[in-house]
Design a protein around this ligand. Structure first.
Ligand code: ATP
Ligand code: MG
Length: 328
């Protein structure tokens, strides 16, 4: 069975709730990045659309709870059912509140229609969403996340099998994406420190950062290993298995294009973890023009560069899972 889940990223009381349900058949992709308006919803809907086009049953989940707009990205009206119904009725599952779309194989779970912010959901509600997602019987799940670094957003990001961080060439977007990654990194480490009995050591290292010369998350990982090789290596192994990816969206110039690989290199150096650069997606006015016509660009303009770029990104992302299927 494919490991699609990540038990240790859940808080201990969440763990109780979803205990025994960590093995997900589905491969989960999450698209995050600190800043708003950088294209998270466009990229997540494009990814879901291509996965469905390839013939795989795919769920696109709008976890930007306050903004409930992923349906517009794929040209669907706001569904009558959505996360809000799931949250207000404990007997419902995520599957129960999903709706079919005009795109074969693509199911949609809409965000809340009553301005519920992601920040407003309780730990219990978040656990219910995560537990029900883990239980969803499907090939792929794509999570569209909200902007910012609220705990719920970080936990939804960390629960994914593949975690995609979206950058654009704008300095503020780059800063926000690093901030988002840093917040996710420390959240993950905090989830693990108890289990690996590293709580005291990490607290000590963090409180004496200057003394230990810790300038980055990668330095912290090295310092932990220096103090406790076995636990440090365990921590490293888990973190190295996070499957982190980078996409650069809204690229306008050739110079922008070079930014992608450098951003990835900085991530590797700063976090001391592997990152995979999936490629860039051009800025194309057709994206919002299509949106205005209530159609997805990939359906409206199949000859555009953005179409080819998104198709390559999707192929690279799913290749490991399709190969596995052929072998198995
Ligand atoms: N590659 C692109 N080329 C042109 N426009 C784009 C591109 N990607 C996204 N956009 C446009 O940028 C705007 C913001 O995109 P989107 O809603 O996907 O961002 P977001 O990160 O999900 O924002 P939020 O954080 O508010 O949810 C939309 O109008 C979208 O059409
Ligand atoms: Mg969005």
């Amino acid at each position: 069975m494919m490991k699609g889940t990540d038990p240790v990223s859940s808080p201990s009381h969440t763990y109780q709730f979803v205990r025994g349900q960590f093995d997900s058949d589905a491969v989960i992709f999450a698209i995050g990045g600190g800043k708003g308006g950088i294209g998270k919803s466009f990229i997540s809907s494009s990814l879901a659309l291509f996965l469905a086009h390839m013939g795989h049953e795919t769920y696109l989940i709008d976890l930007d709870l306050g903004c409930a707009n992923i349906h517009t990205s794929i040209g669907e009206p706001l569904p009558k059912l959505g996360i809000h119904d799931f949250l207000s009725d404990p007997s419902l599952s995520i599957k129960d509140v999903s709706v079919p779309t005009a795109i074969p194989n693509l199911k949609l779970v809409a965000g809340s229609s009553d301005m519920l912010e992601t920040a407003d959901i309780s730990e219990f509600q978040k656990s219910r969403i995560m537990g029900s997602l883990y239980k969803l019987k499907t090939k792929f799940i794509v999570l569209d996340l909200s902007a910012g670094t609220h705990h719920s957003t970080l936990d939804f990001f960390l629960m994914a099998t593949n975690k995609i961080v979206l950058f654009t060439p704008e300095p503020s977007s780059i800063e926000n994406a690093y901030r988002f990654l840093k917040a996710a990194f420390y959240r993950k480490v905090r989830r693990l420190e108890n289990q690996l009995e590293l709580t005291e050591m990490i607290a000590d290292l963090m409180s004496r950062r200057a003394e230990y010369g810790l300038k980055s998350p990668g330095d912290l990982l090295k310092a932990i290993q220096n103090k406790d090789l076995v636990a440090g290596q365990k921590l490293n192994r888990i973190l190295k298995d996070l499957h982190l990816h980078v996409i650069l969206n809204q690229v306008r110039t050739l110079k922008d294009t070079d930014l992608g690989p450098s951003i990835k290199d900085v991530c590797v150096k700063y976090f001391g973890l592997p990152f995979n650069y999936l490629g860039h997606v051009e800025h194309d006015n057709a994206v919002w023009q299509a949106l205005r016509n209530r159609k997805h660009l990939l359906l409206e303009y199949p000859h555009s560069k953005v179409y080819a770029q998104m198709m390559n990104i999707t192929r690279n992302l799913v290749a490991p899972y399709l190969k596995r299927d052929m072998v198995g």
